[in-house]
Design a protein around this ligand. Structure first.
Ligand SMILES: *Cc1c(COP(=O)(O)O)cnc(C)c1O
Length: 431
């Protein structure tokens, strides 16, 4: 500082400015709104090229570290971290679609995403056609129109545990130069990496398995970096045509990474769902143990599903790890090292049994969340799927006695004892 004797108010805000440099092993949390420029040209260069860090909404070293980590785990070229899973889905869709465009989506998707498509994007004149039989490539193909800009589905869907045949659906997309966007929240890259099977973009709610601790919200968009201007430019004029003031196109500046560059430069920072660097740090910490958690959770989930399938109070179990599940063969083709740990099962005793169940569990926690280290339970019929009609719920595998479990990392025997004591109570209630 050049002022010889700074006074109290000046010292209060500037005395800590001289920093030690240290090779921190953990990613430092750059909890700052902005970054000091080295000099005049540095500022001008940053604004001209976007290189380096200027303001946290457009880039932050802690956030960047987590983006690199997640891109690497999903076998992607690059990633953009945002404030929630909803923001990730919205950002991905607004990166590929504009007013007058059309999306084809699986109907077996997270209710918040369905609402985004039906209410919000519809108001922006982006229309969606929903596919029920997602295993049938012709169902996807026949829904595609000249203005279709994306196919959207979840790799493992709630509540029926359908597993997407990513190769088949992405192949349909390629026929029309349309990217397949996969929400990989329930599977996680620990057991499935959709970009390795032909998907173009992966999105996640990082609030779930990626963080794992249930302490923060976050979302991520990962792109394969294989945007092909020649083959797909007609479906993405915003990427291949010159920008405002005749600026070079996004493709001219970023090549195959044009899509994710557009998401980073134009969609995420403008709509503004920026992640806190503090939350980014916590997500990065969680991701380090993702493989261990998912392995344990998948193993326990399979044991629990097998146990439930044998229980007299249980009518059915929709877990793709069981040979009885219609998508079991597809799951064997796509999932490596486990079948995930979020699934539903249905009690014979209907609503009274389900009510009793959620009110009696002790090790399981009754809440609307999943992918946590803690085991969780929710009654979809009166919560996540309450806005669907009864007929829709039936088709989606949600009945009055259906419960959703998200299996955590607790000791398996304690989880089974909890289920056994609750189901004993259920039997007495219903009898
Ligand atoms: C939770 C969830 C979302 C939304 O994520 P948030 O982080 O809650 O905004 C999207 N898709 C799936 C599959 C989810 O489970």
């Amino acid at each position: 500082m050049t002022v010889a004797h700074p006074r109290f108010a000046t010292r209060a805000v500037h005395a800590a400015r001289d920093r030690e440099t240290a090779a921190s092993r953990a990613t430092p949390i750059y909890l700052t709104a902005g970054f000091e420029f080295d000099d005049f040209d540095h500022a001008a260069d940053h604004f001209r090229t976007g290189a380096g860090f200027g303001y946290t909404r457009t880039g932050n070293p802690t956030v960047r570290a987590v983006e690199r980590q997640l891109a690497a785990l999903e076998s992607g070229a690059d990633a953009v971290l945002v404030a929630s899973g909803q923001a990730a889905v919205a950002t991905a869709l607004l990166t590929v679609a504009a007013a007058g465009d059309h999306i084809v989506s699986s109907t077996h998707i997270y209710e918040g995403t369905r609402g985004l498509l039906l209410d919000n994007l519809a108001r922006l004149d982006i229309e969606t056609t929903f596919i029920d039989d997602i295993a049938d490539p012709d169902a996807w193909r026949s829904a595609i129109r000249p203005n279709t800009r994306a196919l959207f589905a979840e790799s493992i869907a709630n509540a029926r545990n359908d597993v997407l045949d990513i190769r088949a659906v992405s192949t349909v997309g390629e026929e029309f130069a349309i990217p397949l966007i996969v929400d990989n929240t329930l599977a996680t890259p620990a057991i499935l990496r959709p970009l390795e099977h032909g998907a173009a973009i992966v999105v996640h709610s990082a609030s779930k398995f990626l963080a794992g601790h249930g302490s923060v919200l976050g979302g991520v968009i990962v792109d394969d970096g294989r945007f092909d201007a020649e083959g797909a430019g007609h479906n993405a004029p915003h990427l291949v045509l010159p920008g405002r003031g005749d600026a070079p196109s996004v493709f001219a500046r970023h090549g195959g990474r044009a899509r994710i560059a557009y998401a980073r430069e134009s969609v995420a920072p403008r709509f503004g769902a920026s992640p806190s660097p503090f939350n980014a740090f916590l997500i990065g910490q969680g991701v380090e143990t993702l493989g261990l958690r998912v392995e344990r959770q998948s193993r326990s989930a399979l044991q629990i599903a097998r146990w439930l399938e044998e229980h007299p109070e249980v009518e059915s179990v929709d877990y793709v790890g069981l040979p009885s599940h219609p998508d079991h063969a597809t799951a064997n083709r796509y999932l490596e090292g486990g079948f995930g740990s979020v699934f539903t099962f249905t009690l014979r005793g209907g609503l009274p049994a389900a009510r009793r169940f959620v009110e009696q569990v002790q090790v399981f926690t009754h809440m609307t969340h999943l992918g946590d280290v803690r085991s969780l339970v929710l009654h979809p019929g009166t919560t996540s799927h309450a806005q669907r009609t009864e007929q829709e719920r039936e088709g989606l595998g949600v009945r009055a006695g259906t419960l959703r479990l998200s299996v955590g990392i607790e000791d398996l025997d304690d989880l089974l004892s909890d289920l056994a004591q609750v189901l004993e109570g259920v039997r007495e209630t219903v009898a």
